[in-house]
Design a protein around this ligand. Structure first.
Ligand code: FES
Length: 148
């Protein structure tokens, strides 16, 4: 009993081993973790994805990265050009049906691609064997923040 009361009055000594820990950097504290997950948003995205027809579709890019300016993609071993016309995403073979110019190097005007070599205008009606691919912008895929 006496020994216990003696110990309780003794000031506590802290013994440190090794180097002191460095304080957390702001970037370390801002990384997302499971506590920040928005379950209703994830559930809604999953339900939208399940409602879509499945099979035979390829993800090309985040929706907001496809603009009116033609962009080049490799999709399942094929060269594809993607651009946006009146809010819709359009995809087609990247090769011009005239002499094979890369259409992603051209520009789009009023929803049509303009070939960079001879100016052939290509759009939804197609041109001979050159036809648009089926494209679906589900808006589900969003870009991840640059930090992750
Ligand atoms: S190669 Fe495209 S118009 Fe000639």
């Amino acid at each position: 009993m006496r020994l216990f009361s003696h110990l309780s009055r003794t000031p506590r000594r802290v013994i440190n081993f090794g180097r002191p820990l460095s304080p957390l950097r702001p970037a370390d504290r801002e990384l997302p973790d499971w506590m920040q997950a928005r379950v209703p948003s994830i559930r809604a995205s999953l339900e939208r994805a399940r409602a879509l027809p499945s099979g035979g579709w390829y993800v090309v890019d985040a929706s907001r990265r496809i603009s009116a300016r033609p962009s080049f993609y490799w999709v399942d071993g094929h060269e594809v050009v993607a651009w946006r016309s009146a809010g819709r995403v359009l995809l087609a073979p990247n090769s011009c049906p005239h002499m094979g110019a890369p259409l992603s190097a051209g520009r789009s005007e009023r929803g049509e691609l303009v070939c960079p070599w001879h100016g052939l205008r290509l759009g939804e009606p197609g041109h001979g064997q050159w036809k648009l691919y089926a494209a679906h912008d589900d808006g589900i895929l969003r870009e991840r923040p640059a930090c992750c």
